[in-house]
Design a protein around this ligand. Structure first.
Ligand SMILES: C[S@@+](CC[C@H](N)C(=O)[O-])C[C@H]1O[C@@H](n2cnc3c(N)ncnc32)[C@H](O)[C@@H]1O
Length: 426
């Protein structure tokens, strides 16, 4: 692994105009893992710590995302005719057809000879994010290689599967290895950002400096993205002392202990051992809690420990123990029932379900209910339903409940808190 000093030099080149005269951060060796970012002075809550531009950005493309999205500006296009006329197989809007970026990418893909350039192919279009690294200069390549690359059993599939869609895909070992490593680096470090032209079109973005931040389930920072050029803006969510490691959360803050552990293990290949993870009640937020199954007990059951992904559960009231399999069935039932309601129903119907039906099978502090409430808050802003006074009252109550959870978790002043405080008053 490249040392912190060399990594900082490469990052500074990439920062360009965003480089600060006296940065409040430096890169060092972390007690959490590998390298990390540290405060060079006391940082006040709310201060911008740094801004960072993506080294690499491009479509994530899951099965449900629309393929008729321009590969350069990510705007939605006519669903009938949207592929580049020059036969590279990439979706392209009229405006971007003259851009230098596309010309270079079009030439690259055409030398690889897509087998069916006039048929939209998710594997070909998804490959553009990785292929962009082929067009890097020497400093950019060195910076890319300085980033951590987690190796698992699947990271080679993306390039391998896409390569079968071209007649003349590179076979040179060095090039193929470079592409595979780029996928591993993206999997390890990238952030998900929504296209500013289409809110449900996710992009994967690799930020060299923000990519060095290690994870804590209660991080000391919060981040937002500048919609114009996808610059990430990192702010302190609490006061940070000189020398302290600066951290972010790789998971959603409202996920339960087990849910976060599962996600971190599967996507980032580590088990978190932070303070929140070792407290089964998560500061009293009880995001994992399910009802005790004993007839005469009204207690809540939580996983005893999350160092294992299949923990024993215990009732906080009667102390009865449960095998993980028993509680995970209850949890899966709640997840299935609530997700089914969230899909395709009106917001009003969801509010009724949360208020009346959910308490009969899952405690209101459980993270699935909490996330459903968050979903209602954000949907009410966007949809055109005719809401009544009691619907707005429910939304206000949900905002207050969620703010109470953020207090218990002691997450400080983050983007979610600011959003909920605004929505509470709307
Ligand atoms: C985005 S990188 C973070 C920067 C990395 N430490 C480096 O030296 O480049 C993510 C990787 O760092 C490690 N990591 C981050 N936070 C961690 C934590 N809380 N516990 C254990 N490993 C962690 C894991 O290997 C994870 O896959």
């Amino acid at each position: 692994m490249i040392c912190p000093k060399r990594l900082a030099e490469l990052i500074n080149i990439n920062l360009g105009g965003l480089k600060q005269k006296e940065p409040a951060w430096e890169i060092g060796v972390s007690k959490i893992a590998g390298r990390g970012v540290f405060a060079t002075r006391n940082i006040k809550c709310g201060e911008v710590i740094f801004k960072d531009d993506p080294l690499l950005i491009g479509p994530t493309l899951r099965n449900e995302t629309p393929l008729n999205t321009c590969s350069v500006c990510y705007s939605l296009m006519d669903p009938k005719k949207f592929l580049c006329k020059n036969g590279c197989g990439l979706p392209l809007c009229e405006n971007c057809s003259r851009r230098k970026q596309h010309k270079a990418e079009c030439t690259l893909f055409k030398t690889w000879e897509p087998l069916e350039p006039q048929t939209p192919n998710i594997l070909v279009i998804r490959l553009i994010t990785v292929a962009r690294a082929m067009l890097f200069n020497a400093n950019q390549k060195a910076l890319l290689y300085a980033m951590q690359a987690n190796i698992d059993t699947t990271f080679r599939n993306e390039v391998k599967n896409a390569s079968a869609c071209f007649k003349n895909f590179p076979t040179d070992k060095k090039i193929v290895e470079y592409l595979h490593r780029t996928v591993a680096i993206l999997n390890t470090n990238s952030y998900e950002v929504n296209s500013s032209k289409q809110s449900d079109f996710p992009l994967r973005a690799l930020y060299p400096l923000a990519g060095i931040l290690n994870h804590e389930c209660v991080p000391n920072t919060t981040y937002t993205f500048d919609e114009k050029n996808y610059t990430i803006i990192l702010k302190a969510a609490k006061d940070i002392k000189e020398g302290q490691e600066i951290t972010i959360s790789y998971t959603k803050l409202l996920w339960s202990n087990l849910m976060r552990q599962l996600f971190l293990k599967m996507t980032k290949q580590f088990s978190c051992k932070c303070q929140r993870c070792s407290d089964p009640t998560e500061g009293g937020a009880l995001l994992s809690a399910l009802y005790c199954k004993s007839d005469d007990c009204q207690g809540l059951v939580v996983p005893e420990t999350t160092t294992t992904l299949q923990p024993q559960w215990v009732c906080l009231e009667c102390k009865k123990k449960y095998q993980h399999g028993v509680m995970s069935k209850t949890q899966d039932f709640a997840l299935g029932a609530i997700n089914a309601k969230l899909n395709g129903n009106s917001v009003k119907a969801i509010i009724d379900f949360i208020n009346e039906k959910c308490p009969t099978f899952v405690p209101e502090c459980n993270h699935i209910v909490v996330e459903a409430k968050y979903n209602v808050i954000s949907r009410m802003m966007k949809c055109k339903e005719d809401f009544k006074f009691q619907d707005y009252e429910a939304k206000k109550r949900y905002c207050e409940e969620l703010l109470g959870i953020l207090d218990k978790l002691k997450v400080g002043v983050n983007a979610m808190r600011t959003y909920l405080e605004q929505e509470k008053l709307r």
